[in-house]
Ligand binder design. Structure first.
Ligand code: IPM
Ligand code: MN
Length: 351
């Protein structure tokens, strides 16, 4: 297969982890006879520094014309404590999600047998956890009207959803549930919010099209609690943008390292793959960041092209590295810590 992949390395450790994912993907391409053309483009603080905006048109062109986007991380501390900065890296992320129509954010949480004791939760609680959040990514409070009134003393952020937006996300949820254990949980706050009542009513109306899927409806506060009590009781969860933002960070610690969890953002046309961690600015250039989440994001990318064997080969290499202790310092536990690059080299050599 010939693949054109837009490469948005971004800020902080982004370029370092992306470099490893490219290395491992190239090894896959070589083994399975694919041809990958990487198309680098600017994003985040790096793009603000170079051209004054975090998601320039030139980058959008590259993404739009690619078969998929592989994304590193964005964010820079110089913007974090400056609420008045005229442009911020995160705006680029939101603009990109909207412009590429990336409405479904897929965030899996699973455990690695060799890391069960690294989790802050007890082994018996997390064993067997394998759940997926489908977070709506281009609507809700993130994109509603926002502003100030009363001379700046009152602020508002509107949360808006249309039935069509809920339907297309829920459809992905039902379809995903059909390929897994046929359990779907709709997470909302329908006891309080009108948008949540629209979500619930829309999902309920779709149940008849998927008679095999067992659907449950739970309030977001209860899910936040059950997620740390019995994470292995969940399978596919669908939810709106802000709830999904919060719950997926919570879920990410279950596996034991944020440096391990991949994600995908699916649109009608192009899809984007990225690690769930941020730009980890303190580690920039130190060769200590864990590249595995980015490598696993590339595995999701292959799988999304229908290249399941390729994806599995990458996942197997990561599992093998974890078992062999070829890990960066976040997982080294006082033992030998390998560098970002060395982990990438090891993974590529084990494809
Ligand atoms: C995420 C991030 C972003 C979000 C930020 C950086 C805008 O937290 O991808 O989860 O809130 O969506
Ligand atoms: Mn987040």
């Amino acid at each position: 297969m010939k693949l054109n992949i837009a490469l948005l390395a971004g800020d902080g450790i982004g370029p370092e982890v992306i470099e490893q994912a490219v290395k491992v993907s190239d090894a896959i391409a070589q083994k399975f006879g694919h041809e990958i053309t990487w198309k680098p483009a600017l994003t985040g603080a790096a793009a603000i520094d170079a051209v004054g905006e975090p998601y320039p048109d030139s980058t959008h062109e590259v993404c739009k014309n690619a078969d998929a986007v592989l994304f590193g991380a964005i964010g820079h501390p110089k913007y974090d404590n400056d609420p008045s900065a005229p442009v911020r890296p995160e705006q680029g992320l939101l603009k990109m999600r909207k412009a590429l129509g990336l409405f479904a954010n897929v965030r899996p949480t699973f455990t690695f047998p060799s890391l069960l004791d690294k989790s802050p939760l007890k082994r018996e609680r997390i064993e067997g956890t394998d759940l997926v959040f489908l977070r709506e990514l281009t609507g809700g409070i993130y994109f509603g009207e926002k502003g100030r009134k009363d001379n700046g003393d009152t602020a508002f952020d509107n949360c808006v959803y249309t039935r069509a937006e809920v339907q297309r996300l829920a459809k992905k949820g039902f379809e995903l549930a059909m390929t897994r254990s046929k359990k779907l949980c709709c997470v909302d706050k329908a006891n309080v919010l009108e948008t949540s009542r629209l979500w619930r009513e829309t999902v309920q109306a779709m149940e008849k099209d998927y008679p095999e899927v067992e659907v449950s409806y739970e309030f977001v506060d209860a899910v936040a609690m059950r997620l740390v009590q019995w994470p292995n009781s969940y399978d596919v969860l669908i939810t709106e943008n802000l709830f999904g933002d919060i719950l997926t960070d919570e879920a990410s610690v279950i596996s034991g390292s944020m440096g391990l969890m991949p994600s995908a953002s699916m649109g009608a046309e192009v899809s984007l793959f990225e690690p769930i961690h941020g730009s980890y600015p303190q580690a920039t250039g130190l060769n200590i960041a864990n590249p595995m989440a980015t490598v696993l994001s590339a595995a999701m990318m292959f799988e999304n092209f229908g290249l399941t064997e390729e994806g599995k080969t990458m996942r197997d290499a990561v599992n093998k590295a974890l078992e062999a202790g070829v890990v960066t310092e976040d997982l080294a536990d006082g033992g030998k810590a390998y560098g970002t690059k060395e982990v990438g080299d090891w993974l590529a050599a084990n494809i």
